[in-house]
Each structure stands twice: as structure tokens, then as C-alpha cells.
Design a protein around this ligand. Structure first.
Ligand code: AHG
Ligand code: MN
Ligand code: MN
Length: 339
């Protein structure tokens, strides 16, 4: 029988994958694993928070009771701030990025961006939620304070990205550009253990995920694509199955394993869609591409888009290669009609 491989063991084994390996990135990934366990612990007792927090405002230590996304944000910041592996961090929860002004952090090579808790609207109803992270080598000089250009890099510059899904089991999935591997948290030993080695997304799938409540505010091409997914055709196994959890991480994770497409297009109200390029689109695009899939804003590869600002939003079509290509071609035809 194959022995268990923990996340830390796997990271150490794979350190040789990086030509410039000094162990920093490995240590950073391990730190994220620790933060993920802390967040997982909080997520698991989310429903009890009001009961356990004395008077509903403070806990036993006298700390103020915080919302889960603030707790997650703090857990991640704490994990990366003191590790000395990153010179700065940016989070969906904070307007500005943080440059860590201490001697060790100034000397570090990486920056990290994260969505500490994805799918917040699902917290109160016990539905899967997640954490997403994206790591870049800094652009600024080692020794300086991190600056905004470190955080405004194209997705194709990512050196690592990953997500944690707090679902029926908790999993951490990551890539460093050498395939995608998934680890399941084994609660009895408190370790992430390799469970999904070299994950690959099927090139064709039968699941489509979109908030169909918005469909009439989407472009004609998106409407046409969804109608195509719903039409009957034995050969292409249609009608497809509609699945929309409302947690991007969980929807993408399912489609990664089973094959499918997730769409958050622009709408008349929000032409740029809802999802954030740096904290959501880029990291998931890196993972899905590494698994053999595609991620597009409808016209361009997500990871080729130059971010203009920290909290930039982008339409997202992500998942099985052929499914993303089909919607891209419908959107391209629509563009030609408009011109
Ligand atoms: P977050 O909780 O980090 O703000 O992200 C929520 C995102 C994403 O997880 C999900 O797929 C999408 O919002 C759902 O949006 P709609 O409710 O508009 O469908
Ligand atoms: Mn999110
Ligand atoms: Mn979030």
C-alpha cells in the first residue's frame, strides 16, 4: 500500500521543480497550508460562533467576534507577514496592498494576493466556501519596499497559485506551473494529504455553471450558448446539467474534476462582470490551464490581460477547453456583427 504523502513532504520533494529554488516558495506554500487549517477550524464552527462568543460580542480571550471573512483575511496576513517569504500582500478585503516594512520582508522575493474567503454569501447556509491565492516574483528591487507594480502583473507571470475548498471535506489544490495537485485535510492527524495527483480537466464536459437569474442582462452570445447547452442532442450529451453553487471555488473545483464550464459574463448592469482579476480570475486560470483547460474573458486569455488596478473586475469563462472555445467563438461572431 502506498504511504501517505503530506503537503509539506510533497512541497519539499518538488522544490527541485524551480530552477531558482532557495526554499522560499516552498516555505510560503507551507505557511498558506497552516493558514488554511486555521481558517478551516473557524469555518467548521461558524454556526456556533454566536453561541460560543460570550454576550455575542467577544470571545473567551476578550477579542471582538469577527466576521469569517475578516478572520480569514487576518489569518492569511499573519501567516505571510512573519514568515519572511513575501515583501507584501494584497487582499480582496483591503483597499490598498500592504508592503511589509521590516528587514527580512524587504529582502524577500515574492508578493501574494488573495481572496481570503470566497463565496461569503454561502457562509450562513453551510454551503462550500473557499480561499484563493496567487503568488508572483516581485518586480521591485530586493531590499526596497514592495510597490504597486509588484501587484499589477499579468497572470502569466504567476509562479504559484492555489485554492482551498472548505466543503464536505477540506482540500488544498495548487500549481507551481508543473501540473496541479490536490490534498485533502485528514482531520485526525491535521495534515493535508496528497489525494488528487496531477489533476486533469476533461476537454469536453456536460456541466454549465452560470447565475441564470442574470441571463436576460447578458449578451446575446451568452444567451445563445446557454440555450445551446439546454438543447437536446444525443451525440453531444445535451441537454447539459446546470450546476451553480455561487462559490466560485466550489463551482470551478467540481468542473475541474468532472468537466464543465463556469461563466460570469459582463451584464448590462456590470459590463466587467463581478469577479476580480487578481484575486479570483488569475489564480484559477493558472490552475485550470495547468490542468489542460482554458480561461478567457470572452475575447482574450485571462492570463494575458494587463491588470490596470488592484481591484479590477473581468468577465470570466473558465473550464473544459472545448466548452470555453465554443463560447469564445460565439462572442467573436457577435463582435463582428456589432462592428
Ligand atoms: P466573494 O464571496 O469573494 O465576494 O465572491 C463571490 C463570488 C463568487 O464566489 C461567486 O461565484 C459569485 O460571487 C456569485 O455571484 P452571484 O451571486 O452574482 O451569482
Ligand atoms: Mn470571491
Ligand atoms: Mn471573498
Amino acid at each position: 500500500m502506498r504511504s501517505i504523502v503530506t503537503l509539506s513532504e510533497f512541497i519539499m520533494e518538488r522544490q527541485a521543480d524551480f530552477p531558482y529554488a532557495s526554499g522560499d516558495l516552498s516555505r510560503l506554500l507551507a505557511d498558506i497550508g497552516v493558514a488554511a487549517k486555521i481558517i478551516n477550524h473557524q469555518v467548521n464552527k461558524a454556526g456556533l460562533q454566536d453561541i460560543l462568543g460570550a454576550e455575542g460580542t467577544s470571545n473567551v480571550q476578550g477579542e471582538e467576534q469577527m466576521k469569517l471573512d475578516v478572520i480569514s483575511d487576518k489569518a492569511l496576513f499573519n501567516a505571510v507577514r512573519w514568515g519572511g517569504q513575501v515583501c507584501g500582500a494584497a487582499s480582496e478585503e483591503n483597499e490598498r496592498y500592504h508592503a511589509f516594512d521590516n528587514e527580512i520582508s524587504r529582502k524577500s522575493k515574492y508578493v501574494i494576493l488573495f481572496d481570503p474567503l470566497d463565496g461569503s454569501s454561502n457562509i450562513d447556509v453551510n454551503v462550500s466556501i473557499g480561499t484563493i491565492f496567487s503568488i508572483f516574483r516581485r518586480k521591485s528591487s530586493v531590499g526596497d519596499l514592495a510597490n504597486v507594480n509588484d501587484f499589477l502583473q499579468k497572470g502569466s507571470e504567476q509562479v504559484a497559485a492555489g485554492y482551498v475548498i472548505y466543503g464536505s471535506s477540506t482540500m488544498l489544490v495548487y500549481t507551481t506551473g508543473h501540473g496541479v495537485n490536490g490534498f485533502t485535510l485528514e482531520p485526525s492527524i491535521g495534515e493535508f494529504c496528497l489525494s488528487h495527483e496531477d489533476m486533469k480537466i476533461p476537454e469536453e464536459g456536460t456541466i454549465y455553471s452560470i447565475n441564470e437569474g442574470n441571463i436576460r442582462t447578458c449578451s446575446e452570445a451568452v444567451q445563445e450558448y446557454v440555450a445551446w447547452c439546454q438543447a437536446s442532442d444525443k451525440k453531444t450529451k445535451r441537454p447539459y446539467t446546470a450546476r451553480y453553487i455561487g462559490s466560485l471555488v466550489a463551482d470551478v473545483h467540481r468542473n475541474l474534476i468532472k468537466g464543465g464550464i463556469y461563466m460570469y459574463p459582463g451584464t448590462t448592469k456590470n459590463p466587467e462582470g463581478k469577479l476580480r482579476m487578481q484575486y479570483e480570475c488569475n489564480p484559477l486560470a493558472f490552475i485550470v490551464e495547468q490542468a489542460g483547460g482554458k480561461a478567457s474573458d470572452g475575447a482574450q486569455r485571462i492570463m494575458d490581460i494587463q491588470p490596470r488596478e488592484l481591484h479590477m473586475r473581468s468577465p470570466l469563462f473558465i473550464g473544459s477547453k472545448h466548452m470555453v472555445e465554443r463560447i469564445e467563438s460565439l462572442l467573436a461572431k457577435e463582435q463582428i456583427k456589432v462592428q
